[in-house]
Design a protein around this ligand. Structure first.
Ligand SMILES: [Zn+2]
Length: 445
């Protein structure tokens, strides 16, 4: 007689689907992908109905099933742990179409369990295939004249990037179009072992955007001035002109994978405009925030650069304003946790005050807040000016700057809050107050 792997009780009926004692679906015990524990019965019922409906439609061949695939996938992410497991293992998402056709003869009352079994089957198939080392070659519009190779290698190391030379590509002789893969601008290489090229591309983009954000920040944020007019006026309001226009996948030997599909470079590489970035950050500026003993804070700062780039690269003024505002809000909530809007405004004022900005600018945060709400909640357009965008950009920059300059004084992100609260005191008072408050923090007990 068999025993249930979940509760060890004996199973008398060899055809039983469920354990009499604990009620588990026997075949699903010990599988990796499971229903979440706290899932409403309504959600499961919905998924069950959609499954039955789509199987019926498939049999009758009467509708475009892709709509069902999307729907089923979103339910699957909702009610199971699939997203976590797939991300962890870097897998491609599953083939819902294949699963549905294999469920055609399944028992309707067991459809949810049979479905999850098939999902696990696909997962096990994918996991048994090997990870492969792959590179992504990223084409930028950074001038090669800026290339002091060793300096660049150092700068991009924290972003997991390397400088890539065209000569390092491995071409088979017959590739006549080979020169189309050359670029007048700097190229970077991102390396990882992966099963899923799509996830690799999004990882590479995260790193390069984060690096672009860092470059933009260093070039556009002038620490030595209290003036806010440090944006170059451009017709399209864009602050960063850094772009990447192609991601080419190669194998370990730098041989282009699926050459034919990757010809996008041929049509785009020549058209990109050179970035006006003319100054490289110093190595010190990178070392300021890449602290090996504080990886969590360093990662947060990198993430903020990524968002900073997206806000700076946005050419619709209102969207850019909104993104810089959201970034500032995010940084403050990382530090303090959730807060009311009045507290948010207070902290924004604090960071400007601490940096010596005049009162009339600090008071403007109240106006920006109203404009932000009118834009987001009332869908009002045309209120936000470039001047507003510049000021909210300065807030975001001052906050990032604050994270970097105080990194040696904190053990975790919440301790920044203690420092920011007393940032405006005289230096002696500040030091005294901070050390007093830090004594009461649990980490020091
Ligand atoms: Zn059991």
């Amino acid at each position: 007689m068999e025993t249930c792997k979940n509760c060890n009780s004996q199973i008398s009926n060899s055809n039983a689907k469920f354990c009499d004692n604990c009620g588990e679906f026997l075949e699903l015990i010990n599988k990796d992908i499971q229903f979440k524990e706290k899932i409403s019965n309504d959600k499961l019922k919905d998924l069950k109905n959609i499954l039955l409906e789509s199987i019926e439609s498939m049999k009758n061949n009467n509708t475009d099933l892709r709509w069902y695939y999307e729907l089923i996938m979103s339910y699957l992410i909702d009610v199971t742990n699939i997203e976590k497991v797939f991300r962890r293992e870097e897998l491609n998402f599953i083939d819902i179409g294949w699963i549905l056709s294999s469920l055609e003869k399944a028992d309707n009352s067991l459809i949810l369990y049979e479905f999850l079994l098939k999902v696990n089957e696909q997962y096990e198939f994918q996991i048994s295939s090997n990870k492969e080392p792959m590179n992504i070659i990223i084409y930028t519009n950074i001038s090669k004249k800026l290339k002091e190779k060793e300096k660049f290698e150092d700068l991009i190391k924290p972003f997991n990037l390397k400088v890539f030379d065209f000569e390092d590509y491995e071409f088979e002789k017959e590739h006549k179009e080979k020169n189309n893969f050359n670029s007048g601008y700097l190229m970077f290489k991102f390396f990882k072992e992966t099963r899923a090229v799509d996830l690799l591309k999004s990882d590479a983009l995260r790193e390069i955007y984060s690096f672009f954000g860092f470059l933009t920040y260093v070039n556009k944020f002038n620490k030595t001035t209290t003036k806010t007019h440090i944006n170059e006026l451009t017709l399209n309001n864009q602050i960063s002109d850094l772009e990447c226009n192609s991601l080419i996948v190669t194998d370990n030997q730098n041989k282009i994978i699926r050459y034919g599909v990757q010809n996008e470079i041929i049509t785009h590489s020549k058209k990109i405009n050179k970035s006006k970035i003319d100054k490289l950050p110093s190595n010190g500026q990178i070392k300021d925030f890449t602290k090996e003993n504080k990886p969590k804070i360093s990662d947060k700062i990198k993430e903020n650069f990524y968002l900073y780039y997206l806000a700076a690269n946005e050419n619709i003024l209102e969207n850019s304003f909104f993104k810089f505002w959201s970034l500032s809000e995010k940084i403050l909530k990382d530090i303090y946790g959730d807060m009311k809007d009045t507290a948010l405004k207070k902290h924004m004022k604090n960071i400007l005050k601490a940096n010596g900005y005049p009162k009339y600018l600090i008071r403007r945060i109240d106006v920006l807040y109203i404009k932000r709400n009118n834009f987001v909640h009332e869908n009002k357009h045309g209120e936000i000016t470039q001047y507003d965008q510049t000021l909210v950009k300065v807030i975001a920059e001052r906050l990032i700057d604050f994270l970097i300059i105080c990194i040696n004084e904190v053990k975790n992100i919440n301790e920044y809050g203690v420092i920011l609260n007393y940032y405006n005191q005289s230096p002696e008072d500040k030091e005294r107050l901070i050390s007093l408050v830090k004594l009461t923090l649990p980490e020091n007990n």
